[in-house]
Design a protein around this ligand. Structure first.
Ligand code: NAP
Length: 219
């Protein structure tokens, strides 16, 4: 198995990279800026420069990868008001098109999305309809025919701990979760057949110990 991590320089993405490295899983990281990747990723990780909004860059980066973890997200300062449309929706479409037209044998895609993506009247949609475009991106993945797991985390925290709480789609509307736990859930999902073709909403209960294996957390 070789995993392509898309958005690996992000605050969740870099933890996914570290988790894959810790487990000795072969990976390649799609990055927009090589210099940033060298700064934030562990030494020795294979990186390749590409951009999900530039479809012509995606074919070569997919070659040889049979799993994807996608943790991209638009940044209001960097990507502007159309960022969510271009990254969370069109970016997913470009990745799926590149996989399908290039006949890349991808067996599983894990996508980091967000709680509340089905709620149009949500304050987060004031930023470029970010939740709306994330849900549209999710739908493309659901319809792609490629096995998937959509992880919808609550508010992402830099630190902290706790037991992950996983629930089915559109059942959790508040809560938060450390990025470290999201990274671990994404990597766990790759190895658990029961996580395939599911949407998993994820928060953490900081009052409970983090001692339950992934398969037992599944709703
Ligand atoms: N913040 C929250 O509380 C929260 C809650 C729930 C869900 N989420 C979602 O969870 C996901 C991860 O969040 P995060 O805070 O870890 O994100 P982040 O730190 O903002 O990282 C986003 C990543 O996406 C990459 N990216 C953006 N546009 C790209 C493009 N066109 N091509 C390739 N890569 C691109 C960025 O690359 P660069 O490093 O080059 O910019 C970065 O690596 C996002 O989808 C976010 O919306 C966030």
């Amino acid at each position: 198995m070789t995993v392509l991590v898309v958005g690996g320089t992000g605050r969740t993405g870099r933890r996914i990279v570290a988790e894959l490295q810790r487990r000795g899983i072969s990976q390649r990281v799609l990055v927009r800026e090589e210099a940033l990747a060298r700064q934030v990723l562990p030494a020795g990780v294979a990186v390749q420069v590409a951009d999900v909004t530039r479809p012509e860059t995606l074919g070569s980066v997919l070659a040889g990868c049979d799993r994807l973890i996608v943790a991209t997200g638009a940044n209001p300062a960097k990507d502007g008001l159309f960022g969510p449309l271009r990254i969370d929706f069109e970016g997913i479409r470009s990745l799926l098109t590149a996989i399908q037209t290039g006949h890349h044998p991808v067996q599983h895609i894990v996508l980091v999305s967000s709680l509340c993506v089905s709620r149009f009247f949500h304050p987060l949609n004031l930023f470029g309809l970010v939740l709306y475009w994330k849900r549209r991106g999710e739908r493309l993945l659901e319809a792609s025919g490629i096995p998937y797991t959509i992880v919808r985390p609550g508010g992402l925290k830099e630190g902290g701990s706790g037991r992950p709480v996983l629930q089915n789609a559109d059942t959790l509307f508040e809560g938060s979760i450390p990025r470290d736990l999201v990274a671990r859930l994404c990597v766990d999902a790759l190895a658990e057949p029961r996580a395939q073709n599911r949407i998993l909403e994820a928060i953490a209960d900081p009052n409970l110990p983090d001692d339950v294996p992934f398969a037992e957390l599944l709703p």
